[in-house]
Design a protein. Sequence first.
Length: 316
Amino acid sequence: MNFGHLFECGMLVCFGFSWPLNVIKAYKARTAKGTSLAFIILIITGYLAGITAKFLNHQLNYVLAVYFLNLVIVLSNVIVYLRNVTLDRKAEGVRTKKKIYELQQKFKNSNYIKEEHMNFKELNTIANKNQVVLLGGSLETEIPVTELAQSFEFNFDLYNRSAKNLSLKEAKAYFEENVAALKPEGIIIHLGEKDISFFQNNATAFDKAYLDVIAAVKKANKKCRIALVSVANPKGDSVISNMNTHIKAIAASARAVYINLDNVKLWNPEATKAASAFARNMGLSIRKPLNDVAEILYSYAYLEMQYTEVADVIAG
């Protein structure tokens, strides 16, 4: 009798004994919470390495059978884990629908569907954290971000937290009250349309107000990606042109992306869609750069919505 093999077998039995109990416990729990798939994969990798070593050393004996038995049991943990993930998603869907129903009942006397009538603080309680947020004024409230995100198959949630006639002076307090709780991973900011006189009278105060908004964003999530969008200037107004120069400089100082709306007619969002589809087919799961997201949103605003209508929205 080879005692080395016997003790190795004993080790495997001891290690493997807990896995059937773990499978039963996870199956009854009906939730993947508290289960680490990475740990299970690590164990599976270890068993595969042990089995490979047995074949390489030509040690085809009863110990190898115990390796395979343990491997099968651990693999069953993966199956139960995937089943529990599905159950968690269904349960989360039920909770979300229930919360939405409660909110609808609470705000049934208001136009709940319109974003400007939504209670963002309430909605933030059911929204996912660390996603991407659009923050702007009247124009942005008209952009159907949810439909665009679905159409272009974003691999993240995109929330519209814009407000009609939002001014730069109000933006910091508005962000802290309605957006900060989301701890956005990325944010697209379009401010200044209602602040032309403010900029003209005191450009320094304008810059400070914009930087205060960015500071509030970084306070909510210091790793947040930020994109600043220029103010539309179809008529080449010198004041707006100078304002956009300041916004571009602010973006550079904050290491943010600067989106120039003057280039909107040159954008091709369908090309972005094709590129993202190619990435998915290659098995890549990469978040779109904020400039791509902004181009999709504002291409719709300026090309699908009539430009004259957009100008009217801006004019208030």
